[in-house]
Design a protein around this ligand. Structure first.
Ligand SMILES: Cc1cc2nc3c(=O)[nH]c(=O)nc-3n(C[C@H](O)[C@H](O)[C@H](O)COP(=O)(O)OP(=O)(O)OC[C@H]3O[C@@H](n4cnc5c(N)ncnc54)[C@H](O)[C@@H]3O)c2cc1C
Length: 383
C-alpha cells in the first residue's frame, strides 16, 4: 500500500490549490481524481474564460447557514493574492465587468498553472475513491485501482451540479460517515422554470432589478422557453429562497410616464409608449390592447405600470431549473463542525474539507472559484 502525508480527493480548483501549498511545506502528497484530466470545471468555467476572482470578495457575497465562515480564509487569500499568482504564472487577464477578472486567453491558462503548481504530487487520475476508513492515526483509502494510506485527507470533491463535467456525492457520504451534518443541497446559480411568463418572450434579454428578500439585484435577465435565466436570475437563485419581484424598467417612473403620455400623446397605444423603453414583444405582452392611451383611466395605467415594475413571482411558482445546468449547489458539509481557520474537521483529526463540498456558495462573478482557492490553500497549509 502506497503511503502519503496528505491525500487529496479531487483534482479540481480546491484540491489543486491545496496540493500546491502542502507540497511547498515539504509534504508527500497524492491527488486522487476519478476524471481523465485535472481541473475539468475550471476549464469549463466562465464560458471557457474562467472568471477566477472578484475584487469585491467579502463575506456578504457568500451564502450558506453561516457565510461568516469564509472570513478567515478570504482574509488570508485575497483577490490581490490571486491576481499576483496569475501574474507570476504569466496569465493575462481582463476586468470584464467591474471587479470580475477573467483570463484573456482562456481557462486552460489557469488549469495549466494549477497543474504546474501541483508538480511534485502523485497525480492519480481515472481513480475513484470508494471508501475511507480511519485506523488509529491513519486514513486507509480504497479506490478502484488499489489501496492508499494518508496521515491526513483533504476532501475536495466539489458539488453535484453540472453532472456532465463528472461529479459525485462522495464528499457528503464521507462527511456523514465521520459524523458530519449535511445541509440539504439544491441547485443554485441557475435558471428558473416558471409559468408566470409566456414562452413567446423567449430570447428577450433585458436589464432588470430583482428584489429578493431585502436585496435588490440589478443585472441582465433572459426570457427562456421555460421561464427566466441570465445573470440577474442566477444571482437570485443562490440567495435564500423567497418570493421575487421584477422591475423591467429600473430608474424609470412608468406610471408618471404613462399619465404624461395620456395627456401629451393620447392617440398612441400603451404598448407603443412602453416600447419606447422596453423590447416591443415584452411591451405587447404587458398590454396587447390597441386602445388609445387617452381612453385609459389612471387606475388602469397604475395596474399596467405595476405589471412593468412590480412583477411578482411567488416562490411556489418558482422551480429551479435543476442540477444539470446549475453552476453550483447550495448546501453541503455543515461548516459549524469545521475549523474556519484550518478547514479541519472538529470531529475527526486529520480530515479536512475544501471548496464547494462545504455549505458555502458564492455569488455569480468569480466568488466560487475564489472560495475554492482560499479554502484549498487553508487546508493545504494545515494538513
Ligand atoms: C459551467 C460552470 C461554469 C462556472 N463558471 C464559474 C466562474 O466563471 N467563476 C467561478 O467562480 N465559478 C464558476 N463555476 C463554479 C466553480 O467552477 C466551482 O464552484 C468550483 O470548480 C468548485 O471547485 P471544487 O474544487 O470544490 O470542486 P470541483 O472543481 O468540482 O472538483 C471536484 C473534483 O473531485 C473529483 N471527485 C469527486 N468525487 C470523487 C471520487 N469519489 N473519487 C475521485 N475523485 C472524485 C471530481 O472528478 C472533480 O475533479 C462554474 C461552474 C460550472 C458548472
Amino acid at each position: 500500500m502506497q503511503k502519503y502525508d496528505v491525500i487529496i480527493v479531487g483534482a479540481g480548483a480546491a484540491g489543486l490549490a491545496a496540493a500546491a501549498v502542502a507540497i511547498s511545506r515539504g509534504r508527500n502528497v497524492a491527488i486522487i481524481d476519478m476524471g481523465d484530466v485535472p481541473a475539468r470545471k475550471v476549464v469549463a468555467s466562465g464560458g471557457g474564460r474562467c472568471n477566477f476572482t472578484n475584487s469585491a470578495v467579502a463575506a456578504n457575497r457568500y451564502f450558506g447557514i453561516n457565510p461568516n465562515f469564509v472570513r478567515g480564509a478570504i482574509a488570508r487569500t485575497t483577490p490581490f493574492d490571486i491576481l499576483a499568482w496569475a501574474t507570476a504564472h504569466n496569465i493575462q487577464f481582463v476586468e470584464k465587468a467591474p471587479g470580475q477578472y477573467f483570463t484573456k486567453h482562456g481557462a486552460k491558462d489557469i488549469a495549466t498553472a494549477l497543474i504546474n503548481d501541483a508538480h511534485g504530487a502523485e497525480m492519480l487520475m481515472q481513480t475513484s475513491v470508494i471508501s475511507i476508513h480511519k485506523d488509529s492515526c491513519v486514513f486507509n483509502i480504497k479506490t478502484n485501482r488499489g489501496l492508499y494510506s494518508g496521515a491526513s485527507v483533504i476532501i475536495a470533491t466539489g458539488g453535484t451540479s453540472f453532472p456532465t463535467l463528472g461529479v459525485s456525492d462522495f464528499g457528503y457520504v464521507v462527511a456523514k460517515q465521520f459524523g458530519h451534518k449535511i445541509i440539504p443541497i439544491r441547485p443554485a446559480l441557475c435558471a428558473i422554470a416558471t409559468k408566470c411568463f409566456s414562452s413567446e418572450l423567449a430570447g428577450i434579454s433585458i436589464d432588470v432589478e430583482i428584489t429578493v428578500g431585502r436585496e435588490i439585484i440589478r443585472d441582465s435577465m433572459l426570457f427562456t422557453h421555460f421561464g427566466i435565466g441570465g445573470p440577474a436570475v442566477y444571482r437570485t437563485t443562490v440567495r435564500d429562497f423567497d418570493d421575487i419581484s421584477i422591475n423591467f424598467a429600473p430608474g424609470i417612473d412608468v406610471y408618471a410616464m404613462l399619465t404624461d403620455a395620456k395627456h401629451k400623446s393620447g392617440r398612441k397605444s400603451v404598448a407603443g409608449i412602453l416600447a419606447e423603453f422596453l423590447p416591443t414583444r415584452l411591451a405587447k405582452w404587458i398590454c396587447s390592447d390597441n386602445k388609445h392611451i387617452a381612453d385609459y383611466r389612471d387606475a388602469e395605467l397604475r395596474t399596467i405600470a405595476n405589471k412593468v415594475q412590480h412583477v411578482s413571482v411567488p416562490k411556489n411558482e418558482i422551480k429551479l431549473h435543476g442540477m444539470q445546468s446549475a453552476e453550483v449547489v447550495r448546501g453541503g458539509v455543515d461548516t459549524s463542525q469545521i475549523s474556519s481557520k484550518t478547514m479541519e474537521s472538529k470531529l475527526c483529526q486529520g480530515l479536512f474539507f475544501a471548496g464547494e463540498v462545504l455549505d458555502i456558495s458564492g455569488d455569480l462573478g468569480g466568488f466560487n472559484l475564489h472560495w475554492a482557492w482560499a479554502s484549498g490553500r487553508a487546508a493545504g497549509a494545515n494538513a
